[in-house]
Design a protein around this ligand. Structure first.
Ligand code: FE2
Length: 238
């Protein structure tokens, strides 16, 4: 398997390239509009064909590159079921799998940051968690139909039940981290764990914590959400 973590410095967003070099098929997870040329150049240099662009959710902090990549390559745009993105080619449900050559990608529902969020388990040994589980953190739950109770249920039941050695690749990082493991996050993630005791917080304590964060709105939310609902098409100025 060929696996690359790509970074957009302006929004601290990770895009992932997953490919089977023998079958020459590739998928991109959470591409960023401003990085489409970088991603396409890499895919071409590696001699790959882009089969899928997958979204973990409708983003509020950047505009997706999926629409542009679909236009340029004919790849399929895949978004979680119930996502408000009418232009997607396929809506993927919990437990559904996609094939990229011999690599299996499995969708795992991780709602809570938004009401239609998927993580993607790749090749059985790593999980791309979007804005659900981050390294020593998690996505916010205070807008876009966010729900801290659902975030707690899905992270603890769908992600913390994966083998401890499973690699965790998040959708963002703001502190320079690139990768973690499920075992590490189950012990050291301060949103989910009481670090004094090492035990999982209760659902109530997690909800209270998330509801007390008072975070500022993302800079691009006004343009990003409507554009992403149109698969990355920016409305023409009137
Ligand atoms: Fe997000």
């Amino acid at each position: 398997m060929l696996f690359r973590q790509l970074f957009d410095a302006e929004t601290s967003t990770y895009t992932y390239l997953v490919a089977d070099p023998n079958a020459r098929e590739a998928a991109l997870v959470d591409p960023v509009l401003e990085q489409v040329e970088r991603d396409l150049k890499l895919i071409r240099e590696l001699g790959l064909t882009l089969k899928y662009c997958l979204e973990t959710h409708v983003h509020a902090d950047h505009i997706t590159g999926t629409g542009k990549l679909r236009e340029l390559t004919g790849c399929q745009g895949v978004v979680p079921v119930q996502a408000k993105a009418q232009c997607a080619d396929h809506f993927i449900g919990h437990g559904e799998t996609l094939q990229v050559g011999s690599i299996t990608i499995e969708a795992i529902a991780t709602l809570g940051h938004t009401d239609s969020h998927m993580s993607y388990r790749v090749h059985g040994d790593r999980v791309l968690t979007g804005d659900s589980l981050l390294i020593r953190g998690c996505g916010r739950t205070d807008f876009q139909s966010g729900d801290p109770g659902l975030m707690y249920d899905h992270v603890t039941q769908h992600l913390f039940t994966l083998p401890d050695e499973t690699l965790v690749y998040p959708g963002h990082d703001y502190r320079g981290h690139t990768v973690s493991t499920i075992g590490e996050e189950k012990r050291w993630n301060p949103r989910f764990v009481d670090l004094q005791t090492g035990k999982l917080r209760s659902r109530e304590s997690f909800i209270a914590l998330m509801n007390s964060l008072n975070l500022p709105q993302p800079k691009k939310i006004q343009e990003a959400v409507p554009a992403n609902e149109q698969c990355g098409q920016v409305a023409a100025a009137v």
